[in-house]
Design a protein around this ligand. Structure first.
Ligand code: ZN
Length: 193
């Protein structure tokens, strides 16, 4: 008989831009706090959209997070007694995909609940390699949707725009930006650059 609290597990919250991944992560972490469990949250150093070191929801719920340059730093910062580890914007980490996989598996094997949020596809509509590995091994996967800005259908893709046009295929994969750079699009409305 398996109980939810009996061992480690990996949960992945994925989807395109504006699908509410961080909101969902914060919602789960809020419940962890209400349950008086010990948690630590981490965020890649390169995500500069929010105040450094915090996950902030649109309605103001704030979770303190440790900025890291590599996922292996989680072990350096991990406190005794922590039951839940959260990682937001996982796709921003520069680590090799198998390093991400091995590290997250090691955390779960220690009995930790590991909750990951991140983009599943890049602006080319190709899988982020580390995320696709985690999706394969996770105990729980939730794929969130945004709304296509063109037609109003459910959107699963992040259309990157440069000067109002789809970004070329060979543009850099990662550019940290806001509304002016990305649009949520459905499969039909997505345009290959
Ligand atoms: Zn559409």
């Amino acid at each position: 008989m398996t109980r939810l609290s009996s061992g480690g597990r990996i949960e992945v919250i994925c989807g395109c831009m504006y699908s509410g991944k961080t909101e969902e992560l914060i919602r789960r972490l809020h419940h962890v706090k209400i349950a008086r469990q010990q948690l630590q949250a981490f965020t890649p150093k390169r995500d500069t959209r929010y105040a450094t070191g915090n996950l902030v929801s649109h309605n103001g719920v704030r979770i303190e997070a440790q900025p890291i340059g590599s996922i292996t730093e989680v072990f350096d910062y991990l406190h005794d007694g922590v039951q839940v580890v959260a990682l937001d914007e996982l796709h921003f980490l520069d680590d090799e995909p198998d390093v991400v996989l091995t590290t997250v598996q090691a955390l779960a094997d220690r009995g930790l609940r590991v909750i990951i949020a991140g983009l599943d596809q890049n602006f080319r509509a190709k899988p982020f390699p580390a995320m696709s590995r985690l999706l394969a091994v996770a105990e729980q996967v939730d794929k969130l949707f945004a709304i296509c800005v063109r037609c109003g259908a459910y959107a699963t893709r992040s259309q990157r725009m440069i000067d109002g046009r789809p970004a070329p295929f060979d543009a850099p994969t990662i550019v940290v930006g806001g509304l002016e750079l990305y649009e949520a699009r459905c499969r039909a409305c997505y345009e290959a650059g």
